[in-house]
Structures are given as structure tokens and as C-alpha cells.
Design a protein around this ligand. Structure first.
Ligand SMILES: O=CCCC(=O)O
Length: 479
């Protein structure tokens, strides 16, 4: 069994007291690794290391930062297969999806290697001619980054790359459910010549780790991808020391499908996107609001595609959907679906239950539900599983009212071939990202962000650099 270690101040090491947390393989239920359970002392050392690392790394000039990030991208690429294998073993997704996830990490580091050289300040004309005003941009300071189990490496890279590009140091806490691929990626990144302490990675009890890191006055910035519950908890903790935060707190993406589209083509694309990573994706299309004229055809084509999904162990090349990442997820998705069917009159079109026949793993059938009332738990709480909800709409106003009916506002999608209708939908959907005739809203080059309860500040794009920078106004008197 693998025994992972933490990176603190440039040294890989176990917890001071030898404590560990077990990690299992969601396809088999077998324990495959342990990670250190950091003690308070370990966490204090990581904070001190990040303080020291920040002092060194902030002095690196822009081109040096760029070179280190590009070197990190190359090193992640060189270790692609090994990182992907760990990802599938601990998270469950099919190997092809794990390899693609490693590639997005490379993209992140390459994109921010360029951005590192483009941190521009500005000169502002003073109110009188005897002053010069310069606005500089400086790194905010040591960052605590908390990442989830659904994309254990991509979402870590999404924080590490811009933070390092801006000149910040980082204490990263990978998800305890699937940490090994992330730790291996951190090894690759750290070997690219960053100063000791610029990158630290700690593991253990999530509440204990986050409370210790967020309470520290050394840590100046929190970046979290997680749930609304954890987000509001960390916001309260961050308030005590007045820290800046970036938070992505999930979604419940609506998809408006109008009657003028190629119905079968959109249904097939929608189903392929829905069941990616077993639906454990914060921008996963979930609430389908389909025009009444095509609703039945759309649902039939979607169900047909759902039935063709091959569920199994992610290491099997024929698998197109792996297990859910944990027993907890399996129980939560099962309960949400059962509640919708048993208590709220939802109609099960396909799936709806765990696939116990596939063995002890956390397998759940690709599921489609129809006639789900808009205010029941599965339609308002992020289901984070392979579940699609079908509803019928007859007007644009109705589509927007239903689409905007949750507290979330991360991704939203609309499919129509009418230009004006498309414009009205992109304007009316309350979301940080809107896909019009596309599901591809996640890219390193443009902001990834939520509105309403889905988050604060953006990741990706140049906006992510802003999240790790502060401005300093320097006024110089002359004459
Ligand atoms: O689950 C959150 C991130 C998903 C993505 O960026 O594709």
C-alpha cells in the first residue's frame, strides 16, 4: 500500500506523530494508500514555510516566474501516465478522462507561465503637476488552497498556477478522498525549481486543517472549491483575520433546449456531457428545460444515450463512466433520487439505483427523471451524480424563471438556432458562465466563476491573476 507524504518547506515527510488517513479505490472498495494526518504543529510549520517561501518567491522577476511555471508544465506532461493512473485508482473516472485532466493541468501552467509576464501596473496623472502616481500590482501573500475530490488535480492546478504566477506562496490541501495524483503532480511542479516553501501540500482532517490555516495571520488569501456549506464556514473563519477569498461553490446547471434544434444531436451531446465524471462536475448539465414540441423526442434520445453508457472500473478501456467517488456520494445520490420518485411524483425514465451487480464499488446507474417539481431537493440541491432532470417549457419567460429558480448561478446552457432568442437567453440566465449551443464553458483562458451562492471571484483567465494580486499606489512628490 502506498504511503504518501506531505510537502512542507521543501521536504517530503509524514505527520509528526505518524498519524494517517486511509484512501480507498471507489471501484473496488479496497484501501490503496494512506496520507499523513497533519498535526497542529505540522500545519504551523507549513504556514511558517509558506511565509518564508513567499519572501523568496515574490522577489523572482516576471520572466523567472514564467520559466518556472513552464518548466512545471513540462514536468507534469512528462509524468502524465503515472498521475492519470493514480487519479483513476482513487477517484474512479475512466483513464481517458484522467489523462485529459492531466492535460488541462499542463494547459493551466502554460497559460499562467505567459500571464506571469503580464502583470501590468499603470501610471495615473496626478491632480497637480508636482506628483507622479504609479499603481503597482503585488502578490497578495501566502495562500491557503482547498481542493475537492471530483477533479483532484485540475482544480489544484487552477489555483496553484495563477497564485505562483502572481508571486504568492501556497499551502495546498488536496481532497482526502483522492490525494495521491495531486501529491504526485505537486512533486512534478515542485521539482521545477521553486524556492523551498513556495509550494506546500498538507493532508489530514479537513476541518482541522482548514481551521488552522484560515485562522493564521500569515495566510492572506483563501481559495476554495467546495460546497456552499463549507464556503460559508470558511468565509466566517476568514472574517476574523480579514482575508481575501476566492470561492467556487458548485452549481445546478439548467439547459434550455428550444424546438428549433437538431433534437437527437443535442440530446446525444447533452447525455455525453451529463455522464462525464459520473455527473460529479460542478458545471454538469442537470435541469433540462425542453420545449414541449420536442420534449418527448429529446427525452427518448437522451435515455437511449444514457442506456449506452458503459459503467465499470475506470481502468477498463471499455468503461465510459466510473463509480461515484465515495460511499457517501452513492448514499446521497440514491437518497435524492428515491425522494424525488417516492415523495414528489417524479417519473423514472431510466436508471435510478446503485448497480450492485458490478461488485463492491460505488456504481450508480445513469439516470433520467421526468416531471420533477422545481422546488424539491433533487431540483434545488446540487445532486453531484449521474442524474438528469427533464421538464417541459413553452415560453422563454417560463424557461428563464425555472432556469433561475435555484440559489446557484455557476453554468447555464441554451440551445437554439434563433439568434435573437439566443441573445435573450444569454442575457437572462443568471450564471457566471453561459454556453450557447455549447457545453464547453470550462477553459483556462476565460473566467470560470459563479454568481449568487455559486461563488466569489473568478478562477481562470486573466481574472484569476487579479484574485492573487493587490494594488499599491505610490505617489512621488517631485520638485
Ligand atoms: O467541477 C468543477 C470544474 C469542472 C470543469 O471545470 O470542467
Amino acid at each position: 500500500m502506498r504511503q504518501e507524504e506531505m510537502l512542507i518547506g521543501g521536504r517530503w515527510r509524514p505527520a509528526a506523530d505518524g498519524g494517517v488517513v486511509e484512501v480507498d479505490d471507489p471501484a473496488t472498495g479496497r484501501v490503496v494508500a494512506t496520507v499523513p494526518r497533519a498535526t497542529d504543529g505540522d500545519l504551523d510549520e507549513a504556514i511558517a514555510a509558506a511565509d518564508q517561501g513567499f519572501r523568496m518567491w515574490r522577489q523572482a522577476d516576471a520572466w523567472e516566474r514564467s520559466r518556472r511555471l513552464r518548466d512545471a508544465a513540462d514536468r507534469i506532461r512528462d509524468d502524465r501516465e503515472a498521475i492519470a493512473a493514480l487519479l483513476t485508482e482513487e477517484q474512479g473516472k475512466p483513464l481517458a478522462q484522467s489523462l485529459a485532466e492531466v492535460d488541462t493541468c499542463v494547459d493551466q501552467f502554460e497559460w499562467y507561465a505567459d500571464e506571469a509576464r503580464r502583470v501590468y501596473g499603470r501610471i495615473v496623472p496626478g491632480m497637480t503637476s508636482d506628483v507622479r502616481i504609479e499603481v503597482r500590482r503585488e502578490p497578495v501573500g501566502p495562500v491557503a488552497a482547498f481542493t475537492p475530490w471530483n477533479f483532484p488535480i485540475m482544480l489544484a492546478a487552477r489555483k496553484l498556477a495563477p497564485a505562483l504566477a502572481a508571486g504568492c506562496s501556497v499551502v495546498l490541501k488536496p481532497a482526502e478522498e483522492a490525494p495521491s495524483a495531486c501529491l504526485r503532480m505537486v512533486r512534478a511542479i515542485a521539482s521545477a525549481g521553486f524556492p523551498d516553501g513556495a509550494i506546500n501540500a498538507v493532508t489530514g482532517d479537513p476541518a482541522a486543517v482548514s481551521e488552522r490555516l484560515v485562522a493564521s495571520r500569515v495566510i492572506r488569501k483563501i481559495s476554495l472549491t467546495g460546497s456552499i456549506r463549507v464556503g460559508s464556514l470558511l468565509l466566517r473563519l476568514a472574517a476574523d483575520t480579514i482575508k481575501d477569498v476566492s470561492m467556487e461553490l458548485g452549481g445546478h446547471a439548467p439547459v434550455v433546449v428550444w424546438s428549433d434544434v437538431d433534437v437527437e444531436k443535442v440530446a446525444r451531446l447533452a447525455a455525453a456531457t451529463k455522464y462525464r465524471n459520473a455527473g460529479q462536475v460542478c458545471i454538469s448539465p442537470t435541469r433540462f428545460l425542453v420545449h414541449a414540441d420536442i420534449a418527448e423526442r429529446f427525452a427518448d434520445a437522451f435515455v437511449e444515450a444514457a442506456r449506452h453508457v458503459v459503467v465499470g472500473d475506470g481502468r477498463d478501456p471499455s468503461t465510459t463512466m466510473g463509480p461515484l467517488a465515495s460511499r457517501r456520494r452513492l448514499d446521497e445520490v440514491s437518497a435524492l433520487v428515491a425522494d424525488a420518485v417516492d415523495n414528489h411524483g417524479a417519473r423514472l425514465l431510466t436508471g435510478g439505483e446503485p448497480l450492485a451487480g458490478l461488485g463492491p464499488g460505488h456504481f450508480f446507474a445513469p439516470t433520467v427523471l421526468a416531471d420533477v417539481p422545481a422546488d424539491v431537493p433533487i431540483a434545488t440541491v446540487e445532486p453531484f451524480g449521474p442524474v438528469a432532470l427533464m421538464s417541459t417549457i413553452t415560453s422563454l419567460d417560463e424557461a428563464l424563471r425555472l432556469a433561475n429558480a435555484t440559489d446557484y448561478g455557476l453554468a447555464a446552457y441554451a440551445f437554439t438556432n434563433d439568434l435573437d432568442r439566443g441573445r435573450r437567453l444569454t442575457e437572462g440566465l443568471e450564471a457566471g458562465m453561459v454556453g450557447l449551443n455549447s457545453f464547453a464553458v470550462s477553459t483556462p483562458v476565460a473566467p470560470f466563476s459563479g454568481v449568487k451562492s455559486s461563488g466569489i471571484r473568478a478562477e481562470n483567465g486573466t481574472e484569476a491573476m487579479d484574485a492573487y494580486l493587490v494594488s499599491k499606489t505610490v505617489v512621488t512628490g517631485i520638485g
